[in-house]
Design a protein around this ligand. Structure first.
Ligand SMILES: Cc1cc2nc3c(=O)[nH]c(=O)nc-3n(C[C@H](O)[C@H](O)[C@H](O)COP(=O)(O)OP(=O)(O)OC[C@H]3O[C@@H](n4cnc5c(N)ncnc54)[C@H](O)[C@@H]3O)c2cc1C
Length: 380
């Protein structure tokens, strides 16, 4: 295993950081404060090529490998991009576009992928329901054939990009009596009759990423909007786990490095008792703990990315460890980053409070820490 990034990857990483600092970061604080999605930044991510980075060139992407794609996400965080925008990008690209690209028909790919890769269309993925989160097989949204249509009934909850999405990849039961094997995936366009999205939920963090409920009331979509075959939805959703545990987590790990850099600079500049606070052992320890998180988390997410590039089947134990580590073990160092800044750390201007709020999601979204522990213990 080669642990070094190639020269091309390192050059690209620099470009991503430069681009993000210039084009995206100056807009982040405002959108986080207003809890407003930044359409302009999303469009610029598309123009730069981030939204479709791993997709083939003939579909408007750049054909990048998974490690490079993960590195790009890391660099967005490292540049200081807020967790809201990077979450919206992650859901759009890895949970929606990639699934349609991998499992969709030629017609679906031609129709949607280039527009998703450019950001002309915004995508979302709806699996979680008001009554079914961790227990995916317990979803109750139904899809039934009626003539030349599928008719969907039910509701989804906590859907990233729900209020702004142009198209949604929605999981529903085509066989209500089956558990996982009864789940199928469908493309629902935002103007489909019987579809509506709820108002954006007021959240603790990732505020610039709109999250909402989705409602399907006799929602009619064409038969050809089924993605893959009937009953294949659960496996399709599970295949996004590799992305979820690499490129989707990467911006958060990069953001921790960003918070560490800010904290180290602040510790050298802030004096108390006649000395920079960086001189105090307790402060050095906080910085060391942040660095330990960044180094370990990087090893975990890049290993999953590298395995995917090698075409190796996902190691579920490693994936659960990575998710658990980034989700749970980020809490202490992100807390330390706030504390290190004292009262300023509690104020928006210093950014670490936003980072602290955004980070909290990683132990919940895409599978909670308890579920990761269940997977780890089961596989042991
Ligand atoms: C900001 C945000 C964005 C999201 N984006 C999306 C999205 O785009 N698409 C989507 O489909 N979903 C999305 N989600 C949903 C997310 O994946 C779920 O919230 C998550 O899977 C947990 O489900 P739940 O909220 O229903 O919690 P529950 O499953 O009800 O869990 C509640 C608590 O019980 C624990 N628990 C549950 N089962 C067990 C068990 N067997 N053993 C031990 N403990 C258990 C959980 O760990 C948790 O602590 C998002 C959520 C948030 C907050």
């Amino acid at each position: 295993m080669d642990f070094a990034f190639s020269d091309e990857q390192l050059m690209f990483a620099e470009q991503v950081v430069r681009f993000a600092k210039k084009e995206i970061v100056p807009r982040c604080a405002e959108h986080d404060l207003a809890a407003r999605f930044d359409f302009e930044s999303f469009r610029r991510l598309g123009e730069f090529g981030i939204l479709g980075l791993h997709l083939p060139e003939e579909f408007g992407g750049s054909g990048a490998d998974v490690v490079t794609t993960t590195l790009a996400g890391y660099c967005l965080g490292l540049a200081g991009v807020d967790g809201g925008l990077t979450l919206s990008y992650g859901a759009h690209t890895f949970l929606c576009a990639d699934t349609i690209f991998v499992h969709g028909s030629d017609e679906q790919r031609q129709k949607y992928i280039p527009k998703l890769a450019s950001g002309e269309l915004i995508g979302a993925m709806g699996l979680t329901e008001p009554g079914a989160g961790s227990d995916v097989a317990g979803i109750t949204t139904r899809a039934a054939r009626r003539g030349d249509r599928w008719v969907l009934n039910g509701a989804k909850m906590f859907i990233t990009n729900g209020p702004i999405a142009d198209l949604l990849l929605v999981y529903a039961k085509t066989d209500k009596d089956a558990a996982h094997a009864g789940i199928s995936a469908f493309i629902v366009e935002k103007d489909a009759p019987g579809f509506s999205a709820g108002k954006p939920l007021t959240k603790m963090g990732v505020k610039a990423s709109p999250t909402s409920e989705l409602f399907f009331e006799d929602c009619e979509i064409p038969l050809e909007n089924l993605v893959g075959g009937e009953g294949e939805g659960f496996n399709m959703a599970m295949q996004t786990v590799e992305w979820d545990r690499s490129a989707l987590l990467a911006p958060m790990v990069g953001a921790m490095e960003y918070a560490l850099k800010k904290s180290a600079a602040y510790a050298k500049e802030r004096t108390q008792f006649g000395r920079p606070i960086a001189d105090f052992q307790a402060i050095k320890r906080k910085l060391a703990e942040m660095k330990i998180f960044v180094e370990t988390a990087q090893s975990l997410i890049y290993r999953i990315a590298w395995c995917k590039d090698q075409g190796r089947p996902l190691n579920h134990l490693e994936a659960a460890v990575a998710k658990l580590f980034v989700g749970d073990w980020s809490l202490a160092p992100s807390n330390e980053a706030v504390l290190l800044h004292g009262g300023y750390g509690y104020c928006h201007e210093y950014e670490v409070e936003r980072f602290f709020r955004d980070t909290r999601l990683a132990a919940i979204g895409g599978g909670t820490s308890e579920i990761q522990k269940m997977i780890i213990s089961k596989l042991l």
